[in-house]
Design a protein around this ligand. Structure first.
Ligand SMILES: NC(=O)c1ccc[n+]([C@@H]2O[C@H](COP(=O)([O-])OP(=O)(O)OC[C@H]3O[C@@H](n4cnc5c(N)ncnc54)[C@H](OP(=O)(O)O)[C@@H]3O)[C@@H](O)[C@H]2O)c1
Length: 298
C-alpha cells in the first residue's frame, strides 16, 4: 500500500510511487493502469504523448472514475514532446493529451527534454516554458515541470520562470545517482522524480545487449536476500529514502503490486552506503543513441 506523498511547491501532494507507462504496449497498458488504481493502491500514473498509449490509458481512467474512484485522488502526469515546443503548439499538444487521457486537467505537465526538435530549431526553452506557464493560468495543468534538465539548463530556467518548475524528472538509480543535481533541486523546492528506477531492464534497444543489469548486482541481491524483498523493492526503497518519487513501469499485476509495497521496511545507513558505492554514471536513456546529433549529456 502506498502511504506517502511529497508536497509540491504549488501546495499539491504528489504520491511517492507512480506507475510508469513507457513501452507499455497499447494492448496491455489499459489493464495495467486499471489494476494499479483499483487493486494495487496506486494513485499516480506517469504518461507521455510520445509513449503513444495515452488513449488506451484514457479509456481505463474513465472506467475507474465511473467505478467510484475520485479524479482528485489520482495524480496524472503527461509530457510535451520535443516537436511541440513552439509557443502555438504547446496548448494544442496539452489539449491532445487531455483529450486522449479523457481528462479536464493534468496534475503535472512536463517539458520532456530541454531541446526542440527537429534540430536545428529556433525555439528557445524560454518560449516553451512561457507557453507552459499559460497552461497553468488556463487550468489545463495544475503544475508544470521539466524532465531531463541538467544543472545548467535548470539554473537558466530559474532566471526567468514566473512559475518555478514543480518537478524535475530524471534518470536515477544506483548506477546513475546524480546526487548533486538531486540535492540542488530539493534545495530549490523542486521535487525530483526518478525515472528508470529499476535500470530499465526492458531497454536493451538501441545499444544492444551487454548493458549492466541492476537486478543482477551482487550488492543489490545481497541486500534483497537479507530483507527478504525483491531487488526491485530494494532499488525503489533506496529511491524513496532519498525523497525522490519513483515511477517503476510494469504491465504484470504481481510486479505492479510488489513495486508499491515499500513502506514496511527501511534500509540501514550501512546499506545506503553500500548502494552509494555502486555509482558508475551509467545512463540507460541518452538521446545520442537514437538521434546521433545531440550530445545532450556530454
Ligand atoms: N522523462 C523521461 O525522459 C523518461 C525516460 C524513461 C522513463 N520515463 C518514465 O519512467 C518510467 C520507468 O522507467 P522505465 O520504464 O525506463 O524503466 P524501469 O521502471 O526502471 O523498468 C521497467 C522494466 O522493468 C521490468 N520490471 C518492472 N518491475 C519489475 C519487477 N518487480 N521485477 C522484474 N522486472 C520488473 C518491466 O517489465 P514488465 O513490464 O514486463 O514487468 C520493464 O521491462 C517509464 O515507464 C516512464 O513512465 C521517463
Amino acid at each position: 500500500m502506498i502511504k506517502e506523498n511529497l508536497k509540491l511547491n504549488t501546495g499539491a501532494e504528489m504520491p511517492l510511487v507512480g506507475l510508469g507507462t513507457w513501452k507499455s504496449a497499447p494492448s496491455e497498458v489499459g489493464r495495467a493502469v486499471e489494476y494499479a488504481l483499483t487493486e494495487a493502491g496506486y494513485q499516480h500514473i506517469d504518461c507521455a504523448a510520445v509513449y503513444k498509449n495515452e488513449s488506451e490509458i484514457g479509456e481505463s481512467l474513465t472506467k475507474v472514475f465511473n467505478r467510484g474512484i475520485q479524479r482528485e485522488n489520482i495524480f496524472i502526469t503527461s509530457k510535451l514532446w520535443d516537436d511541440q515546443h513552439a509557443r502555438a503548439s504547446v496548448p494544442k499538444a496539452c489539449k491532445k493529451s487531455l483529450q486522449d487521457l479523457q481528462l479536464d486537467y493534468l496534475d503535472l505537465y512536463l517539458m520532456h527534454w530541454s531541446v526542440a526538435e527537429p534540430f536545428p530549431s529556433a525555439i528557445s526553452v524560454r518560449e516553451t516554458w512561457e507557453a507552459m506557464e499559460d497552461l497553468v493560468k488556463e487550468g489545463l495543468a495544475k503544475a508544470i515541470g521539466v524532465a531531463n534538465f541538467t544543472g545548467p539548463s535548470l539554473i537558466d530556467l530559474l532566471t526567468y520562470a514566473k512559475i518555478k518548475p514543480a518537478v524535475n524528472q530524471i534518470e536515477l538509480h544506483p548506477y546513475n545517482q546524480q546526487t548533486r543535481l538531486v540535492e540542488f533541486c530539493q534545495k530549490q523546492g523542486i521535487v525530483v522524480t526518478a525515472y528508470s528506477p529499476l535500470g530499465s531492464p526492458g531497454e536493451v534497444g538501441s545499444r544492444g545487449s551487454g548493458e549492466p543489469i541492476l537486478f543482477d548486482d551482487p550488492i543489490i541481491k545481497e541486500i534483497a536476500f537479507r530483507y527478504q524483498k525483491t531487488p526491485a523493492q530494494i532499488l525503489l526503497r533506496w529511491a524513496i529514502e532519498r525523497r525522490t518519487v519513483v515511477i517503476p513501469k510494469s504491465t504484470h499485476p504481481e510486479r505492479i503490486k510488489s513495486n508499491a509495497e515499500l513502506f514496511d521496511f527501511s534500509l540501514t545507513a550501512e546499506d545506503l552506503e553500500k548502494i552509494a558505492s555502486l555509482e558508475r554514471r551509467h545512463r540507460f536513456v541518452d538521446p545520442w543513441d537514437w538521434n546521433g546529433h545531440l550530445p545532450y549529456f556530454d
